[in-house]
Ligand binder design. Structure first.
Ligand SMILES: Cc1cc2nc3c(=O)[nH]c(=O)nc-3n(C[C@H](O)[C@H](O)[C@H](O)COP(=O)(O)O)c2cc1C
Length: 207
């Protein structure tokens, strides 16, 4: 085997809900991934039914769900406004583990979004004002000029959160823990519930 097989720490097969094992897996990923253990793909769907997917950073999680931040006027923001459902996946190469979740999307509170926004570097906060995320950009120079103009406008003053910069929470109805095992006889443990707050049921899936 190329990668060590690990079923000992936070084995979801021993759990009756998914957040304990997720916590254990994420803690291990923080230690072992060379960078961005919080990088996840988030899939949305457009009006035409065509899925769309991109990476974002997982910035909060717990029994309430999985939180990321973005521009609500972006492609994903528009897709989520019309179809507030999503799927996410994290893959931790160093652990040979994959974690998936599917569910509905809700916005986090303004306070939660403010708190995270203000934890970011000033340059990133100014960038959030300058970037019309997902819309066509004539040239790199245009963008750099817009960033410079915003930087000048804000001067030494505070950089508030743009109204279109929001946090989204995926509230899972289905999650899956995948662990690589020798000869592709991988372990898959899936948790499901009928509604947020409901009881989880667990089952194994063939790899
Ligand atoms: C590792 C990684 C992390 C990223 N994190 C974020 C993020 O947290 N929020 C965000 O809006 N875009 C993030 N991006 C950029 C997105 O992948 C994407 O380019 C952008 O959000 C526009 O996507 P959209 O046009 O589908 O809305 C990240 C990209 C990478 C590669």
């Amino acid at each position: 085997m190329e990668h060590p097989t690990r079923l000992t720490n936070g084995d979801p097969a021993d759990a009756n809900e998914p957040f304990g094992p997720f916590e254990a897996w994420f803690a291990e990923a923080r230690k072992s991934e060379p960078r961005d253990p919080d990088a996840m793909a988030i899939a949305t769907v457009g009006d035409d039914g065509l899925p769309n997917v991109r990476m974002v950073l997982l910035k909060g999680w717990g029994p309430a769900g999985f939180v990321f931040f973005t521009n609500s006027e972006s492609a994903k923001g528009n897709e989520l406004a019309r179809h507030p459902k999503a799927a996410l996946v994290l893959y931790w190469k160093s652990l040979s583990r994959q974690f998936r979740a599917r569910g509905s999307i809700e916005q986090v509170t303004a306070k939660e979004a403010d708190d995270y926004f203000h934890s970011r570097a000033r340059e990133s906060r100014i960038g959030a004002w300058a970037s019309q995320q997902s819309r066509p950009l004539e040239s790199r120079e245009v963008f750099e000029r817009e960033v410079a103009e915003r930087t000048q406008t804000f001067g030494d003053g505070p950089v508030p959160r743009p109204p279109h910069w929001l946090g989204y929470r995926l509230v899972p109805l289905e999650v899956e823990f995948w662990t690589e095992m020798p000869f592709r006889l991988h372990q898959r443990i899936q948790f499901r519930r009928a509604a947020p707050g409901g009881a989880w049921t667990k089952r194994r899936l063939y790899p």
